[in-house]
Design a protein around this ligand. Structure first.
Ligand SMILES: Cc1cc2nc3c(=O)[nH]c(=O)nc-3n(C[C@H](O)[C@H](O)[C@H](O)COP(=O)(O)OP(=O)(O)OC[C@H]3O[C@@H](n4cnc5c(N)ncnc54)[C@H](O)[C@@H]3O)c2cc1C
Length: 630
């Protein structure tokens, strides 16, 4: 029989006859039904779901960008231009109502651990919104399947495939240290990371919903040739005809990416996780190009991904990595000294190039080419940010707590090189940064309450130093009137980590004036109002009666005259601190940094204190938490 001629025995069969379905378009009834199915839900029409997923992200990023521009402009208005006001306005009350919910966090050891997420309820609500939106797009249009697989791919499979592909550019943007989302919205990479992880799981879910319907549809069509069709499409057809086969490798890789990112693996084997993550992500992108075969606009998402990725890496390499900047001497690290301190902490003093500027609370990635050239780890800059007018070389201090990986190498290196008595050595370091920062800026508040646990002091100290530097500068014009720094440490000896900086603060603080009989609450205009309080929480602290204040003299090898600071035994109570330091008719900002449980306490205490704004007692209480990890 001539193969181009339709088989006359099947041409006129009814669609209910399996032979008609097996004969596909050779059977007139099948051909008509296929056209009707495609007319009802066109294959190409499903591609718009990828567009909608993209619009969702564009709208979210657009709204956050508008908010960022708006707040940046209002934050930079001169302090005197803002009216102090006696109570909160309606907008501040609405904001406080939102903060009382969205600042809250899940207990760190409960469901948060299971969800691999300890962000605030605000981020969780956003993730839930995204999930609901994607599920809505997935399941809103019926039917999910066509009557027969031969009529075309199941609509639910096409749209979820495109939606999963549309997630890829956003996934890559959310992962970059220097990324386009941060550029537009001001939200730093370490805060975006949790969204990156969860969008990856959503993309994996969409990919499964994309793949499974082909198997379900072929199973349902089993007797009607569905099984043979899947087998044919899977194992034959070459590049053009093997659509199902090319989908399995990227799906498997995405599954691997998600599984290897689970906290149990990520935290335990961070270096291996990171290296494998990059390799797998590149492979995934390559396989997606292969799988989607430039069908309609499918490659547009992938080209966008490549552009975002390239921009992120080029910025990181040539703008952020100091020894690779065009204006610097190439491959020349900055001089640094490493000093081992009490409590498994290494102090890293770095003297970077003059044009390396940062703001309080920012962090940088450090790479020590002498002993760990492949490691690049983030640490917060604990020293005062250089002023814009400063001409001297900047001095960046980092406090690194030892764990088992790179930080352990750091300690071993110092031990292997240092002279026994000083526990200190010199080296060079590549700085990649700065990244991060504080939103909203503390300068627009009346009071700043800094609460730190352990090495979390790195995120708080520069803010206190910045306050002192600004307040004592000849042209001081600040709205910020008061800074309270509360630091919880296991041992009193931890104070030696920042001896010099503490001395600077204490020299300028109200604590010093209190010693001299000055009432802290009645700080004369123009004078500094800075309170420093240290809580010793470890055994050393428990030896004495709890909550009993004392004066502690500190000594350190780096100085001769030790500073004197108030210490209190026992953990600080966050709600008691806020009750004490959040003042009526004022705007207060709380910045917290410490272990997960510590952040949970701070966040929930600040969320609880929003009732004071709702009652009209205070104008605003904002929170910024720094997290040392992701
Ligand atoms: C924005 C930011 C600022 C930070 N600032 C400080 C600081 O000022 N002082 C301080 O002591 N620590 C800080 N950290 C944490 C510090 O980066 C890690 O403790 C350090 O990288 C651990 O290295 P390691 O190889 O010894 O860890 P490991 O023993 O391998 O692991 C210990 C923990 O550190 C995490 N970790 C390991 N490598 C990295 C990495 N490259 N990036 C992020 N997390 C990692 C692991 O997931 C694990 O939870 C900060 C982290 C971030 C994200």
């Amino acid at each position: 029989m001539d193969m181009s001629m339709p088989d006359p025995t099947v041409v006129d069969l009814p669609i209910t006859d399996p032979k008609c379905v097996q004969a596909v378009e050779a059977c007139t009834a099948f051909y008509a039904a296929e056209n009707a199915s495609q007319a009802a839900i066109p294959w190409a029409g499903q591609f718009k779901y990828g567009h909608w997923a993209t619009y969702y992200w564009v709208i979210i990023i657009g709204l956050l960008s508008i908010y960022h521009v708006f707040t940046t402009i209002t934050d930079h208005r001169s302090p005197s231009a803002r009216t102090a006001g006696n109570g909160p306005g309606i907008l501040q009350k609405v904001q406080a109502a939102g903060r009382s919910i969205f600042y809250r966090r899940l207990p760190p050891n409960g469901i948060a651990k299971l969800l691999d997420a300890s962000p605030n309820y605000g981020v969780l609500a956003f993730l839930l919104l995204t999930l609901v939106f994607l599920l809505g797009l997935t399941f809103a249009q019926r039917p999910y399947y066509r009557d027969h697989l031969g009529y075309g791919s199941p609509p639910i499979a096409i749209r979820t495939g495109l939606m999963a592909t549309a997630c890829v550019p956003i996934l890559v943007a959310l992962a970059g240290k220097a990324n386009i989302i941060t550029l537009f919205t001001g939200i730093s990479h370490e805060r975006l990371n949790v969204v990156h992880r969860w969008v990856a799981w959503m993309s994996l879910g969409l990919s499964f919903i994309h793949a499974l319907p082909y198997f379900i549809a072929s199973y349902q069509d089993f007797g009607n040739g569905g099984y043979q069709r899947v087998v044919k499409e899977f194992y034959a057809g070459g590049f053009k005809g093997c659509n199902q086969a090319t989908g399995v490798p990227p799906l498997a890789i995405l599954f691997g990416l998600c599984i290897l990112s689970l906290p149990a693996i990520r935290h335990r084997f961070y270096e291996s996780f990171y290296a494998s993550h990059i390799v797998l992500a590149i492979t995934y992108l390559g396989l997606l190009f292969w799988h989607s075969m430039d069908t309609l606009d499918s490659w547009a998402y992938l080209w966008a991904t490549l552009a975002i990725w390239a921009a992120s890496w080029l910025t990181r390499i040539f703008v952020k990595t100091q020894p690779l900047k065009f204006t610097h001497e190439w491959f020349a690290g900055s001089p640094a000294t490493l000093t081992i301190l009490d409590g498994h902490v290494t102090r890293i003093d770095v003297w970077p190039e003059r044009d390396f500027k940062w703001t309080p609370g920012q962090h940088a990635f450090l790479r020590f080419t002498d002993f760990a050239p492949l490691d690049n780890h983030p640490f917060t800059i604990a020293s005062a940010a250089p002023t814009s007018a400063a001409k001297e070389q900047p001095h960046a201090v980092f406090l690194a707590r030892s764990h088992s990986g790179f930080t352990n190498k750091l300690t071993s290196y110092v031990h292997s090189r240092s002279e026994a008595k000083t526990d200190s050595t010199s080296t060079t370091v590549w700085i990649d940064g700065p990244y991060g920062g504080t939103r909203p800026p503390p300068s627009r508040f009346d009071s700043l309450v800094l609460v730190a646990g352990g090495t979390g002091i790195s995120a708080c100290l520069p803010r206190a130093l910045d306050f002192v530097a600004r307040a004592t500068s000849p042209n001081a014009s600040m709205k910020l009137k008061r800074v309270v720094m509360v630091w919880a440490v296991k041992k009193k000896s931890a104070l030696s980590w920042i001896c010099e900086e503490l001395k600077t603060l204490l020299a300028a603080s109200a604590g010093r004036r209190r010693d001299e009989g000055v009432d802290e609450k009645a700080t004369p205009p123009g004078e500094l109002d800075l309170v420093i309080r240290v809580h010793v929480t470890g055994e050393e602290g428990n030896e004495k009666a709890p909550s009993k204040s004392e004066k502690a003299g500190l000594s350190s090898s780096s100085q001769t005259s030790p500073p004197v600071v108030d210490t209190t035994h026992g953990r600080p109570s966050m709600s008691a601190l806020l009750a004490e330091f959040v003042r009526p008719a004022e705007r207060t900002m709380v910045v917290g940094c410490g272990p997960e449980g510590f952040r949970y306490d701070v966040a929930n205490a600040v969320a609880g204190s929003q009732t004071r704004v709702l009652k009209g007692e205070c104008i605003e209480i904002a929170l910024h938490l720094e997290v040392f990890g992701w």
